[in-house]
Design a protein around this ligand. Structure first.
Ligand SMILES: [Zn+2]
Length: 154
């Protein structure tokens, strides 16, 4: 690892610790030439392909998925930690399945059902992008259905 200050390659690890979920390692490093200290993170990377609706494949992209969920949760009472925890669990699930390719639908449905539990607004936002509601009417029907769930008929 190159020193960000003097570009020397001769750096050493002075501290390593496992963080968060146990799938990330934080390392403190020190440059042997100038003494500069810096931190690096090593993260587990999920190495699978996503099968899109039209049959094309693309590599799984954690950041892309997180940013989609973040957008849906914008200004809603859902913390960044909650989102990250969910993603970690989702990735573990995918690793345990052991598949090299996973349909985007599988991940989409997991996100949708989780958002439905968290927050109705976030759910509708994500679902409207993901399910590509054909028209306003379909969208309204979805919202009405949600309303009914909240007030079950007696
Ligand atoms: Zn240096």
């Amino acid at each position: 690892m190159k020193c960000p200050r003097c570009k020397e390659y001769d750096t050493k690890v002075i501290d390593s610790r496992v963080i968060e979920d146990g799938f990330s390692i934080r390392r403190r490093r020190e440059c042997n030439k100038c003494g500069y200290r810096f931190t690096t993170y090593e993260k587990l990377e999920l190495d699978i392909m996503i099968i899109k609706k039209d049959g094309r494949r693309e590599p799984y992209n954690r950041e892309k998925l997180i940013s989609g969920i973040r957008k849906a949760c914008h200004k809603r009472p859902i913390s960044e930690n909650t989102i990250k925890k969910f993603i970690n669990e989702l990735e573990l699930d995918l690793i345990q399945k052991g598949e090299k390719e996973v349909p985007s639908r599988y991940i989409g449905e997991k996100v949708i059902s989780t958002l439905k539990e968290w927050d109705k607004v976030a759910y509708i936002r994500f679902a409207s992008v993901y399910k590509e509601f054909k028209d306003v009417e379909e969208f309204i029907t979805q919202i009405k259905e949600l309303g009914n769930e909240e007030q079950p008929e007696t």
